[in-house]
Design a protein around this ligand. Structure first.
Ligand code: NAD
Length: 271
């Protein structure tokens, strides 16, 4: 491995990293020298595949099963990380799901399912990570004037753009925005940096029914000024920067990675 790897000697947990964006982040972080904890929820195939890809280029990682909306599973995820690698430097709160329904028909189960997976998981994991960062810094103070730990919260353009038929999802991501900013404010004096990434339309299993349907695809591209769907790697590359010391003075920020979806494209020729 080369000396200019931006995450050399770091340990990173990426939740929900057996597919899509999380998997790409785990692979990219390992390529940049981090030891990665690949978290899967139900079946291990995707996580095993990510680990095999990482080991093929000489990277390091482990896979851990955890439902990150459950406190006991989260505690076990962090314990396994420390057992394997002895420390933690980066948490990526990536896990997310959609359970869509018109508002008038949305059940409490659909509401709770999305809020617990997308928002409560970020509370549980960030709290564990912050405790670990503080403990490490006390035991082993860093020489340099740099962050003692980084938290990256996966949000969505729907932390700003309302989304009919997906009220639980939009509310969870709006919640992530204020969760991220509030803990960024509270943890900055401890030198813990907290930021968010808000993707637009990225080609992953979560939205396959849109990009995989030739009838729905043109409507989606109308919303993207850059005229292509994003790739998981587009998000992963930005995550590396936020997790590295290159962004050491950045905290409480959201980076929109959306091909311009936030630019009100419908106004381009219709204002
Ligand atoms: P994905 O379905 O491929 O990934 C979601 C991952 O979360 C899966 O690996 C799944 O197993 C995991 N997961 C679900 N519930 C879990 C739980 N309780 N515990 C642990 N893991 C669990 O979809 P993706 O597009 O890669 O989504 C990743 C993140 O990006 C999500 O937070 C999603 O909301 C966000 N996002 C995606 C897009 C997009 O266009 N794909 C856009 C905006 C935001």
């Amino acid at each position: 491995m080369t000396s200019h790897q931006r995450l050399a000697n770091s340990v990173a947990i990426i939740t929900g990293s057996s597919s899509g964006i999380g998997k790409a982040i785990a692979i990219e972080m390992a390529r940049e020298g981090a030891s990665v904890v690949i978290n899967f929820h139900k079946t291990s195939e995707g996580a095993d595949d990510a680990l095999a890809q990482i080991q093929a280029f000489g990277g390091k990682g482990i896979t851990v099963k955890a439902d990150v909306s459950k406190e006991e599973d989260v505690k076990n995820l962090f314990a396994r990380t420390i057992e394997a690698f002895g420390r933690l430097d980066i948490l990526v709160n990536n896990t997310g799901r959609q359970m869509d329904a018109p508002f008038l028909e949305m059940t409490l189960e659909q509401w709770d399912g999305v809020i617990s997976t997308n928002l409560t998981s970020q509370f549980l994991c960030s709290k564990e990570a912050a405790h670990q960062f503080v403990k490490q810094a006390k035991e082993n103070p860093k020489d340099e004037d740099l962050s003692i730990g980084k938290i990256i919260c996966m949000s969505s353009v729907h932390d700003m753009i309302p989304w009919a038929g997906h009220v639980n999802y939009a509310a969870s991501k709006g919640g992530v925005l204020m969760f991220m900013k509030s803990i960024a404010q509270e943890l900055a004096p401890l030198k813990i940096r907290v930021n968010a990434i808000s993707p637009g339309a990225i080609k992953t299993p979560i939205n396959k029914e849109v990009w995989g349907d030739p009838e729905k695809l043109p409507g989606l591209l109308d919303l993207i000024p850059y005229k292509r769907i994003g790739k998981p790697e587009d998000v992963a590359k930005a995550t590396i920067w936020l997790a590295s010391d290159e962004s050491d003075y950045v905290t409480g920020e959201t980076l929109y990675i959306d091909g311009g979806m936030m630019l009100y494209p419908e106004f381009a020729d219709n204002g």
